[in-house]
Every structure is written in C-alpha cells, then in structure tokens.
Ligand binder design. Structure first.
Ligand code: EJD
Length: 404
C-alpha cells in the first residue's frame, strides 16, 4: 500500500523558518523544533523539518531516498518551474551529478588551491594594512568580509573586471530563492533581470581569463570530462555559491572572535588553532542555515517515522550544529573542542565542494589580522542581513587594539 501520510504521528508546528522574526533570532525557534521531536511537520508550508544532528546527518548521507534533483529549496521542481536552469551540482543526483562534481573537486582541491595561497596571503596583508591605516575602528563586514572575497575570488575564476557589483546581489537572490516567495524574494526580483544576464555572460568561454577556474572548467569540457553545454553552468555554480557564502563565513569567524576575547588570546598564543577557529565558528553560526531534500520513495527519516514519496524535508543545519545530543555546551565558541563532523558544509555526496576555498580565504585573513592587532571587539551591535538561507550581517562595527 502506498503511504500518503507519515506512518507515525509527527508533531506539528506553526513556526515559519523564513519569517523576519525567525531570521532575526533563529535560536529559540530551532531549540523548540529540536525538542518537539526528531521530525516536525511545518504546517505553514506542508513540509517536514529536522533539527537534530542525528537525523540531519542521516538525511544528508542518504542520497538514494532523499534526492536533490527536485530542488534543495522549498520549491518542488516537479511541480514548479525553477527560477533558473537547475544547477548541475547542487540540484542533481548521481549519476548526472558525478562528472560535474568530479570537475569541481579537482579544480578546488586543497592541492590546487596551494597555488593561490601565497598571493592570497599578500592580498590579505594588504587589505588589513589598508583598513588599519584608516583607523583602529572599522566595519568587519563592509571593510573586510565583503571586500576580501571580492578581491580574490572573481580573479581566481577569471571573470571580467566590470560588473562585479552584481555578484553579491545575485548570490543574495539565489540564497533567498531557496525559501518561499516572501518579501526577501519579491522585493529583489524586479532588479534581477540584468544581474542574471550579466552572470550568464561571465560564464561564457570568451569572457573568461585563460588561467582561471572558469577556463579550467572549459578545458575539462575539451577533454571530454563534461560537455561543452555543461561548462557554463558549472562556472555559474562558482559565481552563485562562492561569494556571499564566504563573506558570511568570514564575518562569522570575526564575530566569534570579537565576542570571545579569551579565544582570541588562545589563538594568539597558538596560531595552529586557526583552522579549528574557522570550523568552530561555522559550526556555531552556520552561515548556511538550512537546505531541503525530497523523498524519492517511502523513507524512514527518523526511527519509526516513515514519510511518503515526494515529500520535502528541511534539514536545519544550524540547529543540528547546536544539538546538545551531539555537542557539549553547543552554544559556546570553544577552541578546546573538536568541532569536526559539524554539518555547516553539509555532509556526504554534496558536501561543499568549495569548502577549501572558504577555509583558505578565512584563515589567511584572520592570520593577517592576528599579525596586526592585539585584540578585536564589537564597537556596536552588528546589523543583521536577513536572507532565507544565509545567516549574516550587513554591518559589524569593531574596534581593534594596537599591537604592543
Ligand atoms: C550552495 C549551500 C550552484 C550552487 C551550489 C551550491 C550552493 C548554491 C548554489 C552553497 C548551497 O551550483 O549554483 S551553500
């Protein structure tokens, strides 16, 4: 018999994980969802949500039962036309996913990124010097977190110098579009036409420098690893997923350090904790808050909870990363813990292919900061940036102490 409703009673909730109230302060809502049960039905959207680490982890690693090809946002691509041609990486399952993924993995491997590390260190040092030359107080978002990725990543991809102001709005829209058509989407939509057009142009071979990630994706098509029709869409993935995410990630690390002076000092004493500081900050703040899968068949998504085929399941990465069942003192930013296994980059087959880029950008920038200031504190309450998927800020005034 085909299941049309869950096989056990699932608690329901009227929490809207895309409301302004939720986006402004998701933690109490995520706590409530985590404690309601391993799976909760969100009445407002007719979808299921999981907020505990174990179920989120299980869902992320079960690509057979929980597909991505129906979209990893709220919209079901079976029923609704997506706002742009689906991503070959994000919105695809094996076997179609595999060749694009292999190209992305080789391109963005730690080994390949080592070639960029020296230049990015110099760029980070220059940026922090420039910022500090203007004063010890600055904005960690608009002066640093937004500037550094835009300074290094578009050049690494090899796109043109003009129009780069389109990158952040495009990413912001794409991440909003994983949610419902709320005001965050509909307010920005009228401005998106030329932005989408510009992005598409940047993905074409003739508009890419001949030594960047973009050219290397086209070269992979020449070698037959992917088709020439696929190449521009894979370049588009870098431009969609590679900017706003790293801006948010850098801001998360700065925020964690600025609000935990003892952990800043621990990092000053032992710079080898820097990679851990990055992981712990993304665990704690989860720049990417949530994603969806869609059941391909009747699926037991938690012990005893069997969902019908074709259901949307929301995975609350941010909630899983603060589940006390998995983490002791989950709300602490603690460089003495091992945060590995967090799901801020997802897990499994789709786990962030760009994570080494994010890690490198963040660590070289914080390293440059550690070289140049003795301490960093918030100078005012940061201004949140509301987005249906990303948890970040528009502004974060900080003040630094000079090295003594
Ligand atoms: C993403 C969560 C794309 C694409 C890939 C990944 C993301 C967004 C877009 C980054 C999802 O292929 O266009 S963090």
């Amino acid at each position: 018999m085909t299941l049309t409703a869950p096989r056990v009673d699932v608690p329901t909730s009227d929490i809207d994980p895309f409301s302004d109230e939720y986006l402004r302060d998701p933690l109490p809502f995520q706590h409530e969802l985590r404690e309601l049960g391993p799976v909760v039905r969100l009445e407002r959207y007719g979808v299921y949500a999981m907020a505990r680490f174990a179920e989120v982890h299980r869902a992320l690693t079960d690509w057979q039962s929980l597909q991505s090809a129906a979209g990893v946002g709220l919209a079901d691509f079976v029923k609704e036309k997506p706002w742009r041609p689906p991503s070959l990486l994000l919105e695809a399952d094996p076997p179609r996913h595999d060749a694009p993924r292999a190209v992305g993995e080789r391109l963005l491997s730690p080994r390949k990124l080592r070639a960029l590390q020296g230049r990015w260190r110099v760029d980070a040092a220059e940026l922090v010097d420039d910022v500090l030359a203007r004063g010890s107080a600055f904005d960690a978002v608009t002066d640093l977190a937004q500037v550094f990725p835009l300074r290094v990543f578009p050049d690494a991809v090899g796109i043109g110098k003009t129009g780069r102001e389109n990158l952040l709005p495009y990413g912001d829209f794409a991440f909003n579009a994983f949610g419902p058509r709320n005001a965050l989407v509909t307010d920005a939509q009228p401005r998106m036409g030329p932005v989408v057009e510009w992005i598409g142009q940047q993905c074409m071979r003739e508009n890419l420098a001949d030594d960047g990630f973009g050219a290397q994706i086209w070269a992979a098509a020449d070698r037959g690893e992917i088709t020439h029709e696929q190449a521009p869409l894979i370049v588009r993935s870098l431009l969609t997923a590679g900017v706003d995410t790293t801006v948010t990630g850098i801001a998360a690390v700065v925020h964690a350090l600025a609000t935990h002076p003892d952990q800043w000092r621990a990092l000053q004493r032992d710079r080898s904790l820097l990679p851990r500081a990055f992981e712990e900050a993304v665990r704690l703040l989860s720049p990417v808050q949530a994603f969806f899968r869609t059941t391909t068949t009747e699926t037991e998504i938690a012990d005893g909870v069997v969902l019908p085929s074709g259901e949307k399941v929301m995975m609350l990465l941010g909630a899983a990363n603060r589940d006390h069942r998995k983490w002791r003192t989950p709300g602490a930013f603690d460089l003495s813990r091992d945060p590995s296994g967090h799901v801020a980059f997802g897990m499994g087959l789709h786990q962030c292919v760009g994570q080494h880029v994010a890690r490198l950008e963040s660590t070289v920038l914080i390293d440059a900061l550690l070289d140049r200031v003795d301490g960093i504190e918030l100078a005012a309450e940061p201004t949140l940036h509301l987005n249906n998927t990303l948890r970040g800020w528009d502004a974060m005034p900080v003040v630094t102490a000079p090295l003594t």
